[in-house]
Design a protein around this ligand. Structure first.
Ligand SMILES: [Zn+2]
Length: 81
């Protein structure tokens, strides 16, 4: 999974088994940010599977990803010049 703040690769520090799914404690190789990711079962629906996030949350995450990608692209451009 990519880092939420800089979009670089993260590695798994620890895996925690909990009722309802797995949680992976992750750390970013680049900026050192720590976060958890979860692996959970989703109920099947007519559209595929039940949503993990609300529409607002999904939009916010999408925006963050785009911002992080842009920041990375800018950094690469600066490195190349
Ligand atoms: Zn990072």
């Amino acid at each position: 999974m990519k880092c939420m703040s800089c979009n670089e690769r993260t590695y798994v520090v620890n895996v925690i088994k909990m009722a309802g799914g797995l949680r992976r404690q992750r750390k970013c190789k680049s900026c050192g940010a720590g976060a958890y990711s979860a692996e959970v079962w989703l109920r099947a629906t007519a559209n595929g599977a039940e949503p993990v996030y609300t529409k607002e949350e999904a939009a916010l995450i999408k925006k963050k990803e785009v911002d992080a990608r842009r920041a990375n692209e800018d950094r690469r451009k600066n490195d190349a010049s």
